[in-house]
Design a protein. Structure first.
Length: 363
């Protein structure tokens, strides 16, 4: 197959960056010629750097101003004739598209991860998709449908859902009557931790607070606000904030319920990881959450900002252990069947075949 270049704006911690790293590793493991390029070469999280080194991924971090970096990127392309460029997020998508003006034989594939973009970013994305790039991969149908309605050429759009690693199933720690609810995300307004904390408060006032813990895992600009709200609601004995822990899969594995109160999503990596860990999920009716959460099968879909409904669903799962375990098992099986790394590779090779750069039969 043609050489593959995966272009990211940065390699900080984030969903797009994680999927880019995952794809780089999987393609490399298949024996493909893969190069990972970080446009802002000085912005890389140590954990991502370790992942690159541990998996022997070929990597270049660009340095200098925008013009010098673009020249360096063109030189990279010249040394990899007929390359496939897979880009992630607006800046990388535009750069990938502009590269085609200088190197006509490349295949450039943009990547859009959200339906919420500032107007100027939307315009850049539309220009890159309609006139420069060969295709754009969306990771969720919600964004794909919205962008098509706003003028994106439909024939160049492909939806490939995120993938997550399916971790080995193990015995959960016996914590007696203790129950752990967990949320993992950046501490930003769209994640709506206000609703989450008021719901936890209602659960406690309903008599389920004695053995209940709520872990908020992540980082972000609203950390101080979240801490102050915890104090205001008198939840210090029940809520713990964990900042950038390195053992998130282990923490998820020993939890009981995953809670997502987001006001909008694309396809949530955090929900997928919780499902992979065998957790039932309570999530808001946004983005592609309905592709992940089947109401009454592996969790519940709830309205945004509806404290009462969220409280009722939490109480239901806390009070019904067998159903909680059944939903958790269903979550894990759904990930294995529909959102595994194997499925991700299958869909990317199908895309490469559609674009004429891969001819082997997909097994």
């Amino acid at each position: 197959m043609n050489p593959v270049i995966i272009l990211c704006k940065t390699l900080a911690i984030g969903g797009a960056e994680k999927q880019a790293l995952t794809l780089a590793k999987l393609l490399s493991d298949k024996g493909e010629d893969v190069l990972l390029v970080n446009w802002c070469g000085n912005i890389i999280d140590p954990r991502n750097s370790k992942f690159i080194n541990d998996n022997s991924i070929h990597y270049i971090g660009l340095q200098g101003n925008g013009i010098s970096k673009f020249r360096k990127f063109l030189k990279i392309i010249e040394n990899r004739r007929s390359a496939i460029i897979l880009s992630y997020l607006t800046l990388a998508n535009v750069i990938s598209g502009l590269t085609k003006l200088f190197c006509r034989d490349i295949i450039s594939i943009g990547g859009i991860r959200t339906e919420k973009l500032p107007f100027y970013k939307f315009l850049f994305e539309k220009l890159a998709h309609n006139y420069l790039n060969n295709a754009t991969v969306f990771n969720n149908y919600s964004a794909k449908d919205k962008f098509e309605r706003r003028g994106f050429k439909s024939g160049k759009i492909f939806v490939i859902h995120n993938a997550t690693r399916v971790y080995k199933e193990g015995e959960k720690e016996d914590r007696g009557k203790d129950k752990i609810i967990i949320s993992v995300s950046r501490f930003v307004k769209p994640k709506d931790f206000t609703t989450a904390l008021y719901s936890i408060k209602e659960v406690i006032e309903a008599g389920r607070g004695e053995n209940l813990r709520y872990y908020i895992v992540g980082y972000g600009p609203l950390e101080d606000y979240i801490r102050s709200l915890i104090v205001f609601l008198d939840l210090e004995k029940h809520v713990e904030i964990l900042i950038k822990p390195e053992n998130i899969p282990e923490i998820l594995h020993h939890s009981d319920i995953y809670l997502s109160t987001s006001l909008f999503e694309g396809l949530s990596n955090s929900i997928m990881e919780a499902m992979s860990a065998g957790l039932p999920v309570i999530g808001t009716d946004v983005g592609d959450n309905r592709y992940l959460i089947e109401d009454g099968y592996n969790g519940f879909i709830v309205p945004c900002m509806d404290v009462q409904v969220i409280t009722d669903r939490i109480l239901y799962l806390l009070n019904n252990e067998e159903i909680r375990k059944e939903y958790g098992t269903n979550s894990r099986e759904k990930i294995e069947k529909e959102f595994s790394e194997t499925e991700l590779m299958k869909h990317y090779y199908e895309l490469f075949t559609r674009l004429g750069v891969y001819k082997k039969e997909i097994v």
